[in-house]
Design a protein around this ligand. Structure first.
Ligand code: CTP
Ligand code: CA
Length: 244
Protein backbone atom coordinates (compact mmCIF):
# COMPACT_ATOMS: atom_id res chain seq x y z
CA UNK A 1 0.00 0.00 0.00
CA UNK A 2 1.17 3.49 -0.77
CA UNK A 3 -0.18 4.63 2.59
CA UNK A 4 -0.53 2.39 5.61
CA UNK A 5 -4.12 2.01 6.77
CA UNK A 6 -3.02 3.42 10.12
CA UNK A 7 -2.23 6.78 8.52
CA UNK A 8 -5.21 8.95 9.40
CA UNK A 9 -4.48 11.35 6.60
CA UNK A 10 -8.18 12.00 5.95
CA UNK A 11 -8.90 12.91 9.57
CA UNK A 12 -11.27 15.86 9.81
CA UNK A 13 -12.35 15.54 6.17
CA UNK A 14 -15.92 14.81 5.12
CA UNK A 15 -16.21 12.55 2.11
CA UNK A 16 -19.28 11.80 0.04
CA UNK A 17 -19.28 8.60 -2.00
CA UNK A 18 -21.87 7.22 -4.40
CA UNK A 19 -21.94 3.47 -4.93
CA UNK A 20 -23.85 0.84 -6.88
CA UNK A 21 -25.99 1.15 -9.97
CA UNK A 22 -29.28 2.95 -10.40
CA UNK A 23 -32.42 1.28 -11.74
CA UNK A 24 -35.13 2.94 -13.77
CA UNK A 25 -38.57 1.39 -13.49
CA UNK A 26 -40.36 0.13 -16.62
CA UNK A 27 -43.34 -1.10 -14.60
CA UNK A 28 -43.79 -2.14 -10.94
CA UNK A 29 -41.73 -5.34 -11.42
CA UNK A 30 -39.21 -4.44 -14.14
CA UNK A 31 -36.37 -2.00 -14.52
CA UNK A 32 -33.45 -0.88 -16.67
CA UNK A 33 -30.24 -1.26 -14.72
CA UNK A 34 -26.60 -2.19 -14.95
CA UNK A 35 -24.16 -4.68 -13.48
CA UNK A 36 -22.55 -2.39 -10.88
CA UNK A 37 -22.36 -4.15 -7.49
CA UNK A 38 -21.22 -1.30 -5.26
CA UNK A 39 -18.05 -3.18 -4.26
CA UNK A 40 -15.73 -0.33 -5.30
CA UNK A 41 -17.76 2.37 -3.58
CA UNK A 42 -18.03 0.34 -0.38
CA UNK A 43 -14.29 -0.39 -0.45
CA UNK A 44 -13.72 3.37 -0.80
CA UNK A 45 -16.00 4.01 2.17
CA UNK A 46 -14.21 1.46 4.41
CA UNK A 47 -10.79 2.81 3.41
CA UNK A 48 -11.87 6.40 4.07
CA UNK A 49 -13.18 5.44 7.53
CA UNK A 50 -9.84 3.74 8.31
CA UNK A 51 -8.02 6.89 7.23
CA UNK A 52 -10.09 9.03 9.58
CA UNK A 53 -12.70 10.59 7.28
CA UNK A 54 -16.33 11.20 8.11
CA UNK A 55 -18.11 9.21 5.43
CA UNK A 56 -21.51 9.70 3.80
CA UNK A 57 -22.41 6.97 1.33
CA UNK A 58 -25.24 7.16 -1.16
CA UNK A 59 -26.00 3.60 -2.20
CA UNK A 60 -28.01 2.57 -5.25
CA UNK A 61 -29.22 -1.04 -5.17
CA UNK A 62 -26.24 -2.37 -3.23
CA UNK A 63 -26.54 -5.73 -1.50
CA UNK A 64 -23.54 -5.46 0.80
CA UNK A 65 -23.25 -4.89 4.55
CA UNK A 66 -23.09 -1.22 5.55
CA UNK A 67 -19.50 -0.17 6.20
CA UNK A 68 -18.91 0.45 9.91
CA UNK A 69 -19.02 4.11 10.91
CA UNK A 70 -20.34 5.36 7.57
CA UNK A 71 -23.75 6.99 7.14
CA UNK A 72 -25.69 5.34 4.32
CA UNK A 73 -28.47 6.88 2.29
CA UNK A 74 -30.34 4.40 0.08
CA UNK A 75 -31.58 5.33 -3.41
CA UNK A 76 -33.02 3.56 -6.44
CA UNK A 77 -33.09 5.78 -9.51
CA UNK A 78 -30.64 8.29 -11.00
CA UNK A 79 -33.00 11.14 -10.02
CA UNK A 80 -32.94 9.95 -6.39
CA UNK A 81 -29.17 9.58 -6.50
CA UNK A 82 -28.85 13.12 -7.81
CA UNK A 83 -31.14 14.47 -5.09
CA UNK A 84 -29.09 12.84 -2.31
CA UNK A 85 -25.73 13.82 -3.81
CA UNK A 86 -26.84 17.45 -4.11
CA UNK A 87 -28.13 17.32 -0.53
CA UNK A 88 -24.72 16.36 0.89
CA UNK A 89 -22.38 17.93 -1.70
CA UNK A 90 -21.97 21.38 -0.18
CA UNK A 91 -20.54 20.07 3.08
CA UNK A 92 -18.18 17.52 1.49
CA UNK A 93 -14.43 18.05 1.21
CA UNK A 94 -14.04 15.19 -1.28
CA UNK A 95 -16.75 13.68 -3.50
CA UNK A 96 -16.30 10.36 -5.29
CA UNK A 97 -18.86 9.36 -7.95
CA UNK A 98 -18.18 5.65 -8.10
CA UNK A 99 -21.81 4.76 -8.76
CA UNK A 100 -22.95 3.74 -12.23
CA UNK A 101 -26.07 5.80 -12.91
CA UNK A 102 -28.40 4.53 -15.62
CA UNK A 103 -27.93 7.02 -18.45
CA UNK A 104 -31.48 6.61 -19.76
CA UNK A 105 -34.88 5.99 -18.21
CA UNK A 106 -38.27 5.13 -19.65
CA UNK A 107 -40.12 8.39 -20.25
CA UNK A 108 -43.03 6.98 -18.29
CA UNK A 109 -43.19 3.92 -16.06
CA UNK A 110 -46.35 1.81 -16.41
CA UNK A 111 -48.47 1.89 -13.26
CA UNK A 112 -49.49 -1.74 -13.73
CA UNK A 113 -47.42 -4.73 -14.78
CA UNK A 114 -47.11 -4.82 -18.58
CA UNK A 115 -48.89 -7.97 -19.86
CA UNK A 116 -48.32 -9.96 -23.03
CA UNK A 117 -51.48 -9.93 -25.11
CA UNK A 118 -50.48 -12.09 -28.09
CA UNK A 119 -47.55 -14.05 -29.52
CA UNK A 120 -46.96 -11.29 -32.13
CA UNK A 121 -46.96 -8.39 -29.72
CA UNK A 122 -43.91 -6.14 -29.70
CA UNK A 123 -43.05 -3.59 -27.08
CA UNK A 124 -41.34 -0.24 -27.69
CA UNK A 125 -39.79 1.59 -24.79
CA UNK A 126 -39.08 5.27 -25.25
CA UNK A 127 -36.07 6.29 -23.17
CA UNK A 128 -35.06 9.80 -22.18
CA UNK A 129 -31.68 10.86 -20.89
CA UNK A 130 -30.97 11.18 -17.18
CA UNK A 131 -29.15 14.18 -15.71
CA UNK A 132 -25.36 13.96 -15.47
CA UNK A 133 -24.79 14.16 -11.71
CA UNK A 134 -21.00 14.44 -11.82
CA UNK A 135 -21.16 17.28 -14.32
CA UNK A 136 -23.67 19.09 -12.12
CA UNK A 137 -21.56 18.59 -8.97
CA UNK A 138 -18.57 20.11 -10.78
CA UNK A 139 -20.59 22.98 -12.26
CA UNK A 140 -22.26 23.86 -8.96
CA UNK A 141 -19.19 23.44 -6.78
CA UNK A 142 -19.04 26.35 -4.33
CA UNK A 143 -15.95 25.36 -2.32
CA UNK A 144 -12.89 25.79 -4.57
CA UNK A 145 -10.94 23.43 -2.30
CA UNK A 146 -13.44 20.62 -2.79
CA UNK A 147 -11.97 17.67 -4.70
CA UNK A 148 -14.29 15.82 -7.08
CA UNK A 149 -13.43 12.35 -8.33
CA UNK A 150 -15.17 10.62 -11.23
CA UNK A 151 -15.03 7.12 -12.61
CA UNK A 152 -15.03 6.04 -16.23
CA UNK A 153 -16.08 2.63 -17.42
CA UNK A 154 -14.88 2.16 -20.97
CA UNK A 155 -14.50 -0.66 -23.46
CA UNK A 156 -11.44 -0.13 -25.66
CA UNK A 157 -9.32 -2.47 -27.81
CA UNK A 158 -5.97 -1.33 -26.34
CA UNK A 159 -4.55 0.79 -23.47
CA UNK A 160 -3.80 3.78 -25.73
CA UNK A 161 -7.41 4.09 -26.85
CA UNK A 162 -8.60 3.44 -23.30
CA UNK A 163 -6.50 6.34 -22.01
CA UNK A 164 -7.68 8.51 -24.92
CA UNK A 165 -11.31 7.88 -23.94
CA UNK A 166 -10.46 8.56 -20.31
CA UNK A 167 -8.77 11.88 -21.07
CA UNK A 168 -11.73 12.99 -23.15
CA UNK A 169 -14.12 12.07 -20.35
CA UNK A 170 -11.98 13.84 -17.72
CA UNK A 171 -12.00 17.01 -19.84
CA UNK A 172 -15.74 16.77 -20.49
CA UNK A 173 -16.64 16.25 -16.84
CA UNK A 174 -14.20 18.80 -15.42
CA UNK A 175 -13.49 16.76 -12.30
CA UNK A 176 -10.08 16.70 -10.59
CA UNK A 177 -9.34 13.00 -10.84
CA UNK A 178 -10.74 10.24 -13.02
CA UNK A 179 -10.55 6.57 -12.14
CA UNK A 180 -10.39 4.75 -15.45
CA UNK A 181 -11.65 1.18 -15.72
CA UNK A 182 -11.57 -1.11 -18.72
CA UNK A 183 -14.86 -3.00 -18.63
CA UNK A 184 -16.39 -5.79 -20.67
CA UNK A 185 -15.46 -9.44 -20.87
CA UNK A 186 -16.57 -10.07 -17.29
CA UNK A 187 -14.12 -7.54 -15.86
CA UNK A 188 -14.71 -5.10 -13.00
CA UNK A 189 -18.45 -5.34 -12.29
CA UNK A 190 -19.25 -7.63 -9.39
CA UNK A 191 -15.65 -8.73 -8.93
CA UNK A 192 -13.55 -8.16 -5.84
CA UNK A 193 -10.48 -7.23 -7.89
CA UNK A 194 -10.02 -4.71 -10.65
CA UNK A 195 -7.48 -2.75 -12.68
CA UNK A 196 -7.51 1.02 -12.76
CA UNK A 197 -5.61 3.95 -14.17
CA UNK A 198 -5.70 7.31 -12.41
CA UNK A 199 -5.96 10.39 -14.62
CA UNK A 200 -5.27 13.69 -12.88
CA UNK A 201 -6.67 16.92 -14.35
CA UNK A 202 -4.17 19.49 -15.53
CA UNK A 203 -3.80 22.34 -13.09
CA UNK A 204 -3.29 25.93 -14.19
CA UNK A 205 -0.98 26.73 -11.30
CA UNK A 206 1.82 24.80 -13.03
CA UNK A 207 5.08 26.53 -12.09
CA UNK A 208 4.50 26.62 -8.32
CA UNK A 209 3.57 22.98 -8.11
CA UNK A 210 5.91 20.31 -6.92
CA UNK A 211 7.11 18.22 -9.86
CA UNK A 212 4.61 15.54 -10.69
CA UNK A 213 5.42 11.88 -10.27
CA UNK A 214 4.49 11.29 -13.90
CA UNK A 215 1.12 9.74 -13.15
CA UNK A 216 -0.68 12.49 -15.05
CA UNK A 217 1.33 12.17 -18.25
CA UNK A 218 1.68 8.39 -18.42
CA UNK A 219 -0.99 6.71 -16.28
CA UNK A 220 0.03 3.15 -15.47
CA UNK A 221 -2.38 0.39 -14.60
CA UNK A 222 -2.73 -0.62 -10.96
CA UNK A 223 -4.30 -4.01 -10.38
CA UNK A 224 -5.47 -5.62 -7.18
CA UNK A 225 -8.31 -5.96 -4.76
CA UNK A 226 -10.81 -3.12 -4.66
CA UNK A 227 -9.70 -2.52 -1.05
CA UNK A 228 -6.14 -1.93 -2.25
CA UNK A 229 -7.30 0.20 -5.17
CA UNK A 230 -9.47 2.26 -2.81
CA UNK A 231 -6.32 3.25 -0.89
CA UNK A 232 -4.60 4.25 -4.15
CA UNK A 233 -7.57 6.43 -5.02
CA UNK A 234 -7.52 8.12 -1.59
CA UNK A 235 -3.74 8.65 -1.92
CA UNK A 236 -4.34 10.49 -5.19
CA UNK A 237 -7.38 12.45 -3.99
CA UNK A 238 -5.61 13.36 -0.73
CA UNK A 239 -2.60 14.60 -2.67
CA UNK A 240 -4.77 16.85 -4.82
CA UNK A 241 -6.53 18.11 -1.69
CA UNK A 242 -3.25 18.89 0.09
CA UNK A 243 -2.12 21.05 -2.87
CA UNK A 244 -5.18 23.25 -2.64
N1 CTP B 1 -22.20 9.86 -14.03
C1 CTP B 1 -23.09 10.72 -13.41
N2 CTP B 1 -24.36 10.85 -13.88
C2 CTP B 1 -24.76 10.17 -14.96
C3 CTP B 1 -23.87 9.29 -15.61
C4 CTP B 1 -22.58 9.16 -15.12
O1 CTP B 1 -22.71 11.36 -12.43
N3 CTP B 1 -26.00 10.32 -15.39
C5 CTP B 1 -20.84 9.76 -13.50
C6 CTP B 1 -20.42 8.36 -13.07
O2 CTP B 1 -20.73 8.14 -11.71
C7 CTP B 1 -18.93 8.38 -13.29
C8 CTP B 1 -18.78 9.33 -14.48
O3 CTP B 1 -19.97 10.11 -14.53
O4 CTP B 1 -18.23 8.95 -12.21
C9 CTP B 1 -18.58 8.64 -15.79
O5 CTP B 1 -19.59 7.68 -15.99
P1 CTP B 1 -19.64 6.91 -17.37
O6 CTP B 1 -20.85 6.06 -17.42
O7 CTP B 1 -18.29 6.29 -17.62
O8 CTP B 1 -19.74 8.13 -18.41
P2 CTP B 1 -20.96 8.90 -19.04
O9 CTP B 1 -20.73 10.35 -18.82
O10 CTP B 1 -22.27 8.36 -18.58
O11 CTP B 1 -20.75 8.62 -20.58
P3 CTP B 1 -20.95 7.23 -21.38
O12 CTP B 1 -21.62 6.24 -20.48
O13 CTP B 1 -21.77 7.64 -22.55
O14 CTP B 1 -19.54 6.81 -21.74
CA1 CA C 1 -22.82 6.17 -18.47
Amino acid sequence: LAAPASARDLAGLRVLISAGGTREPIDPVRFIGNASSGLMGYALARAAVLRGAKVQLVAANVELPDPAAAAVSVVGTTAELQEQMLKYAAEADIIVMSAAPADFRPETAAGQKIKKTSAEQELDLHLVQNPDILLRLVTERTDPDQVIVGFAAETAPDPEQLIELGRAKLARKGCDLLVLNAVGGGRVFGRSDSEIRLLVADTDSGADDAPDDGAASQPHAVAGSKDLLAHHIWDAAGKIRSRR
